[in-house]
Design a protein around this ligand. Structure first.
Ligand code: ATP
Length: 777
């Protein structure tokens, strides 16, 4: 019997009905993914369905489990943790009979395409389902469970995967939806534990999730500068790990560290595949080192709560791309998986990704750990090497020969941003592991020119920097020319620096350009110099990502969530939240996307009167329609510099007056809250990654710059040498790249506006508008 689906118009002709389900373990961000898929589908003229309770819902079928949903049904979901459409582990779907029922129920509901948000198990199931589809529908026809017409209409099932899993265990994507939220919970917990560990001078063994994948343990290890980690991909024999761990912990203690943090992934094993449990580690720390040791098992807290900004944005953009992929697909295209590589959302063949992921688990089972490692993506391997270099290295026996050791300086310029201290900590500890001598220049270029504030960085002084907010080195906005470039050169000469790392935003960018151009006059600047972008405005040319922007976005998002809750409590209220960011609308745009704001106003566009009246009309309509609904409030994001005439207060007044009683608007100013408290795990781990890449840049370009220095003191530098020796480190699309400062400054920068000429988040604005039904004039 076919089920009768009431209520909403059904797909006909060329239109598609697209269903989404969440499956496997729940992950923060799944709700954003579902919301975005539902709304994108409707926006594109399709019907949207949700399958409740994962594959269980397919097996059971009927309108209770395969539901058509409306735009309004997913309102506000971005801010909610878990998954509102339920998830389950379903044994029945692992059998053909279960999948046969699933096929029948999808056809009865009139669904053409299924988007599955889940882990590798769920996506394996999805892939199998699609490959079996022709035989399933044939059997359904032969047993008269579907009609001839249905058979013809539903010849092909479109399947698309979006990876939702806190483990980050799927190959071919850098991040899975939920992984960074889980990492956030873990790092917060370890930060708390660290304080009590410090007070009692204790050791803590912390167990985190991850059965086949050590990503959470590894990234948490970097973000909290843990002493030791256990991950399934890199096991050692029981004797080896005991000695290695004790050696490192004892060394850290002897250098004056009061705390010991050891992170154990759930799936940690030794080389003979016996599990390593927190109890095993505890015993070793107590028996061999006599440390007062406690165990903390984080458990389901790691899945908890609302998603971090990264996951909301990732899940939302991937949802949009999943719907596009479904609409693009033909019977011949292989099922896609929506992935992210660095900063770019990309499609990968689902089957290959699943197979690759499975081969990691197989390699571990076969004790082929080198293979397991080689199958993980290169970023994972890079993180692991970084962790070993900065936390486990023997600084008494550095890696490089004496003649390869350099003197490298690091300086902060501009406003503080999350991850800046992490960059300094990682640069310095990495330098120590290699044998370089790291120097900190305190209080920016004026600190140097006026007070010779150069200090050689030593290990003990840096303890705790990895997780601290602000700038431990001290920072200000002065460029070398403002500070006295001659004095800056004098001190560079005095300390014989072989390389410079500048960490900062637009002033830092200008500073690097000044130093590079001053190479003609001052030989001290004829060294490799590199900028690590760090600013919440994210306006540094040459990169799509700056340290600190994730921390700021989370701080702003949390603020908006609270304000939105307040707005929802009173009848008909919109809050206008004013964001920082200079002339860059990045923060306002991304926060609008993460919080589902009704509109955002940014300096790149200004505020036109036509658009404003259109927005007021749209909002009035929404408030009208929502009469009687509980929890209904609106947020509007406005960059401070979006308009000279319309301050945030004025804008609120204008909107309230124009809305003439239909709703009112109030302003809300988060101000310096946007610099964030403790830096987010993303900014901490990227700080580490960027810093080590920056040191490598300095190491690798020593020869090149030496070629340009002639014996008679002349400096004759080619374009190639310029670009290779004074550069901005940046994330561009799917890559981390170094771009010549001279090229960026001369070609890609609007100096007056302090902005890159090309805005990479433009498309994100369009998506944010579509997903809230904002009309553009
Ligand atoms: P997590 O990463 O959170 O563990 P997951 O998707 O890997 O998520 P699983 O429990 O492995 O979680 O899979 C979820 C569901 O997907 C299973 O309960 C089952 O219904 C379906 N599934 C998993 N593997 C298969 C398979 N090989 N064939 C058919 N269905 C499967």
């Amino acid at each position: 019997t076919t089920t009768n689906y009431p209520s909403l118009p059904k797909a006909k002709g060329h239109e598609k009905a697209i269903a989404v389900m969440t499956s496997g373990g729940d992950a923060p961000g799944m709700n954003s993914n579902v919301r975005s898929i539902v709304r994108s589908a409707i926006f594109k003229g399709c019907q949207a369905y949700v399958v409740m309770e994962g594959y269980e819902g397919l097996v059971r079928g009927g309108p209770e489990y395969i539901k058509q949903v409306t735009w309004e049904d997913v309102r506000g979901w971005s801010t909610e943790g878990g998954t509102n459409i339920g998830t389950a582990r379903c044994m029945a779907f692992k059998k053909r009979e279960g999948r046969l029922l699933g096929a029948q129920h999808l056809i009865e509901a009139g669904v053409d395409a299924l988007i599955v948000c889940g882990g590798d198990g769920s996506l394996t199931g999805a892939d199998l389902f699609r490959s079996e589809w022709p035989s399933l529908i044939k059997e359904l026809l032969e047993t008269k469970r579907i009609s001839e017409q249905q058979y013809t209409r539903y010849q092909h099932l479109n399947i698309c995967g979006t990876v939702g899993s806190i483990d980050n265990d799927m190959s071919t994507t850098d991040a899975t939806i939920g992984a960074y939220s889980a990492l956030d919970r873990i790092c917060k917990a370890i930060d708390y534990v660290e304080a009590t560990a410090y007070s009692h001078s204790r050791a803590f063994v912390v167990e985190v999730m991850g059965r086949n994948c050590g990503w959470l343990a590894l990234l948490a290890g970097i973000a909290t500068s843990a002493d030791y980690i256990f991950i399934p991909e890199k096991p050692a024999s029981s004797e080896e790990w005991q000695d290695h761990m004790c050696n490192i912990v004892a060394k850290h203690r002897s250098k004056g560290k009061r705390t010991t943090i050891v992170i154990v992934a759930e799936g940690a094993i030794s080389a003979d595949l016996t599990p390593i449990t927190p109890k095993d580690v505890h015993k070793v720390l107590v028996d061999k080192l006599g440390l007062d040791t406690r165990i903390t098992i984080l458990g389901h807290v790691q899945r908890g709560g609302t998603a971090v900004a990264y996951d909301r944005v990732l899940a939302t953009l991937q949802g949009v791309e999943a719907v596009n992929a479904v609409l693009d697909s033909t019977p011949e295209t292989p099922s896609p998986l929506i992935a992210i590589n660095e900063n770019k959302i990309v499609r990968k063949p689902l089957m290959d990704s699943v197979a690759l992921t499975k081969s990691v688990a197989d390699a571990i089972q076969a004790k082929d750990f080198d293979k397991a490692m080689s199958l993980r993506d290169t970023e994972f391997v890079e993180h692991l090497n970084n962790f070993m270099a900065i936390n486990s290295a023997d600084h008494n026996e550095p890696k490089l020969a004496a003649d390869k050791r350099l003197k490298i300086a690091i300086i902060n310029v501009g406003a503080p941003a999350g991850g800046v201290n992490s960059a300094v900590y990682s640069m310095a500890t990495y330098c120590m592991s290699q044998g370089h001598k790291p120097y900190g220049i305190y209080n920016g270029f004026t600190g140097l020119s006026r007070h010779e504030s150069v200090r050689s960085l030593n290990w003990k002084d840096l303890l705790g920097w990895q997780s601290r907010g602000g700038s431990e080195l001290g920072t200000n906005r002065h460029t070398p020319e403002e500070a006295d470039i001659g004095m800056v050169a004098y001190y560079f000469q005095k300390y014989q620096f072989d390389g410079l790392i500048i960490v900062g935003g637009f002033e830092a960018f200008v500073s690097l350009s000044q130093l590079e151009r001053a190479r003609d006059s001052y030989s001290a600047f004829r060294i490799p110099m590199v900028l690590i972008p760090a600013t919440l405005s994210n306006n540094v040319p040459g990169t799509e990502y700056s340290l600190g922007s994730d921390t700021a976005l989370n701080a702003l998002m949390e603020y908006c969530d609270i304000v939105k809750q307040s707005a929802s409590s009173s009848r008909g209220r919109a809050f206008i939240v004013e964001t920082q960011g200079g002339n860059s609308g990045y923060l306002a745009t991304l926060a609008a996307l993460a919080c589902g704001a009704a509109a955002s106003y940014v300096p790149e566009e200004g505020i036109s009167l036509e658009q404003l009246s259109q927005d007021i009309e749209t909002l009035s309509g929404a408030f009208e329609n929502a009469k009687g609904r509980d929890r209904f409030g609106k947020i509007i994001l406005k960059s401070k510099n979006a308009s000279k005439a319309l301050t945030t207060d004025k804008l609120a007044e204008v909107i309230t007056e124009e809305a003439s009683g239909r709703f009112d608007a109030k302003s809300a100013l988060p101000g310096h809250i946007q610099q964030g408290g403790l830096p987010s795990p993303i900014d901490r781990t990227r700080g580490t990654r960027f810093a080590i890449k920056a040191v490598n840049f300095i190491e690798n370009n020593q020869d090149l710059i030496a070629e340009a220095r002639s014996d008679d003191g002349d400096f004759d530098i080619t374009d190639k040498q310029v670009s290779a020796t004074a550069s901005v480190l940046g994330v561009k699309g799917t890559n981390v790249v170094f771009t010549s400062i001279r090229h960026l400054y001369d070609v890609e920068t609007d100096i007056a506006k302090r902005m890159p000429k090309i805005i990479h988040w433009q498309e994100t604005r369009t998506i944010a508008d579509h997903l809230v039904g904002r009309k553009r004039v």
